[in-house]
Ligand binder design. Structure first.
Ligand code: IPE
Ligand code: IPE
Ligand code: MG
Length: 254
């Protein structure tokens, strides 16, 4: 099982810290899985080998997240800017995604995990898009935990789509612009029904968000590690969660 609720255990939570009533284990963790190319380069391997090793890190990380009792994991797998990469690399990444679904979907489903996509996955080749649709449909009724995959996702694109939807409602006379609040905007985002983002992790030493969850990260705790994504494992996730548990979240208050 990859992310099964039944195996979720609070016992794995790190030592207490933070403010009163603050959860030690984040409900929602998002990860910018970066560094596959550099991992391969350091080994004189093609970039594809790095992406393959990255897919193994995804499997490990989902199992580790399940053990920790994390309710929702969002993985940045392909950004709306990643189309700038060579056609062959895009094809390799699409192929790996299909391979991952073929190998893991039954296990995800058996583990009561719901698969969600954020971003517009219809831009991928038709077979890949159809496999993703089928996987979401198959797991839609699962209520154990949620695996969210960001595919052809860009935060600015997501916000632009949300603003267009609100604009259409205004135009149709269904919405008064004075009623637009942070809540109405959040309700239009791809993440509308997900738990609030608690912890945002980026691997590979880059210290930027690269157009990922800009709105949702408003009060998320940020964690950057030099570990390259293919080397990420249970201990690396535990270190991120331990760092989170030591943070004091104040949300602007005292
Ligand atoms: C992350 O690794 C995977 C994707 C963006 C799809 P990279 O491919 O960006 O690896 P680096 O940054 O070149 O090392
Ligand atoms: C961010 O990584 C996107 C994903 C991990 C899918 P990039 O490698 O594309 O980010 P930049 O180009 O270094 O900002
Ligand atoms: Mg990168």
């Amino acid at each position: 099982m990859i992310l099964s609720r039944s195996r979720a255990s609070r016992k794995a939570a790190p030592a207490p810290a933070g403010g009163d009533g603050q959860r030690l284990v984040p409900r929602h963790v998002a990860i910018i899985m970066d560094g596959n190319g550099r991992w391969a380069k350091a080994r004189h391997l093609p970039r594809l080998a790095g992406h393959r090793a990255g897919a193994e890190a995804v499997r490990r990380t989902l199992r580790a997240a399940s053990k920790l009792g994390i309710e929702c994991v969002t993985l940045y797998a392909f950004s709306s800017e990643n189309w700038k990469r060579p056609e062959q690399e895009v094809a390799d990444l699409t192929g790996l995604m299909k391979q991952f679904l073929r190998a893991e979907l039954d296990e995800l489903h058996a583990g009561n995990i719901r698969l969600r996509i954020i971003g517009d996955h219809r831009a991928f080749e038709p077979e890949a898009a159809a496999m993703l649709d089928a996987a979401m449909e198959k797991t839609a009724g699962n209520d154990g935990s949620t695996l969210v995959v960001a595919l052809n996702y860009g935060s600015q694109d997501e916000l632009a789509r949300a603003m267009r939807a609100l604009g259409e409602q205004v135009k149709a006379g269904m919405l008064d612009p004075a009623q637009i609040t942070p809540e109405t905007i959040a309700a239009q985002l791809d993440t509308a029904d997900l738990p609030p983002l608690d912890l945002l992790v980026r691997t590979s030493g880059e210290v930027r968000l690269s157009n990922f969850l800009l709105w949702q990260a408003a009060y998320a705790e940020l964690y950057f590690t030099d570990t390259l994504w293919p080397d990420f494992d249970e201990a690396a996730l535990a270190a991120a969660v331990e760092a989170y548990a030591r943070r004091e979240r104040r949300y602007g208050g005292l």
